[in-house]
Write a protein that binds this ligand. Sequence first.
Ligand code: ZN
Length: 574
Amino acid sequence: MKYTISYQKPHRHLIDISLQVEEHSGDILIVQLPAWRPGRYELGNFAKNIQKFSVAGTDGKPLSYRKVSKDSWEIDTPGQSEVTVSYSYYGAVLDAGSTFMDESMLYMNPVNCCMFVPSRINETCEIRFENLPQDYTIACGMKKTSGHVMEAENFHELADSPLIASNTLVHRTFDVEDTEIHIWIQGSVSIQMEKFIEDIRKYSIAQSLSFGGIPCEEYHYLFHFAPYKAHHGVEHHNSTVILMGPGSEFSHPEPYNELLAISSHEFYHLWNVKRIRPADMWPYDYTRENYSSLGYIYEGVTTYYGDYYLLRSGVITDEDYFDEFSRDVQKHFDNFGRYHYSVAQSSFDTWLDGYVPGIPNRKVSIYTEGMLAAFILDVWLMRDSNQQYSLDDVMLRLYRDFALKGKGYTEADYKNIIESLAGTSYSGYFEDFIHGRGKVETELPAALDFIGCELIKEDARYVFEHEYGFKLQGNSKYVVTSVVPDSPADRAGLAKDDELISANLVEFHGSNSAAEIFEDFGGGVVNLVVSSSNRLREVILTPCSVKYYPLYRVKRKATPTDEQLHNFNLWRSR
Ligand SMILES: [Zn+2]
């Protein structure tokens, strides 16, 4: 399969792509554009970015064709041994999984924009850039055969090999064991590069130790730094794309730690999901939804380890680690979808609403709930195996017994490995935390206690949160963003998206902040006027004894027992 990439006017964002199919036989050829991209488990419908589709035969004359699905084409090819499919792809979105072109760069995720022949998906792919400026460098995990020509073993590798071509790429390399790590930076960033490299080296070594080596000869970090707020990463088989911003802030500790956390998370995916992958997605089927209930492993376990390896390798402090842990715990408690949908159900439904807030109280996050379930499992395994095993061993077994043997795993496989290490049944764990609801909060304090940590609960910051049970957004126009089910706000009839107009005749506008207005009422009965879709309504808030939206914080105990301290040190320094 030969792909040729060119473009004429970068400001139009149109990339001209042609796919040359040689040695074709048969009366019909089907070509397909992926409907989604691995890493984001929802339909991307990339074919909406295609225009000027045409097909030529062996002699260069047009061939007739018809669309047979939203992203596949059936071409009439009697007597044609060579077929060339040409089209333009509109690349104007810049995120960690998209395709984008302008005067400064060509950034491609081939899974968005390269068509393939489903019956010949395993054939070698050559990708040739025809008119890239001579001073452009290409950052990519794919093998370069010459200047601006690259080669992938098959379409799966091509689809999994994003690239940035530009003349402003900053490039650094260093070795971690036998693997050459490449750092590619596009965009302006303020960062202490030597420290960044040293920190990446530390967590890479720690992760590598757990799996007996890094599973690729080269690994490429493709960083985009944007001048605006951005936080997005996507994993690949020997690379990752990470978009972060604003680039001017990474000399400050908090954004810098976030950058490390996402980098460590994506690196862990090198094993977990790029190699240790659910059987549901082995191999990836690009034409349709690949449903899986195992998001609590491929994203949840990865979220747990992304931060945890930073702690273990000494890149971040205990305090930094538990601050991040606390944010996940807070997200858990602020989401009442946890009483409605399990993490397994939410994983299956990422294809439906996994990447949007969705309707209130419907679902949970596979990242947050999966991370908490992974932490509880890790601690329980330590407890049940007399400190002999941990979640590290489960992941290593999945890697050796499934990934390295070229097959995917199921939930039963995961459970069998856990039970063989723990020496006891974990049916209760799966019933409660994976397929059940509302159990994390009853078990989390005990799991934390095992390693000498505790969960601290405090009142929410604002009176309207802790007394009435709703959250607001805005600073002069206040809109309700969430309401606790059965709270005074809910009982009074307040709903998401309602706009506050007045409270006890005090209007919400200008310098009247909602926090101060509610503070003045001291938690008593409040007569609220709200606008719901431009219709004014009155709701009367009557407080009760319950405190809503408490704040949670995880921290180490000031005086742990010897046993707790021993457990903490074991967990901390694995
Ligand atoms: Zn991830």
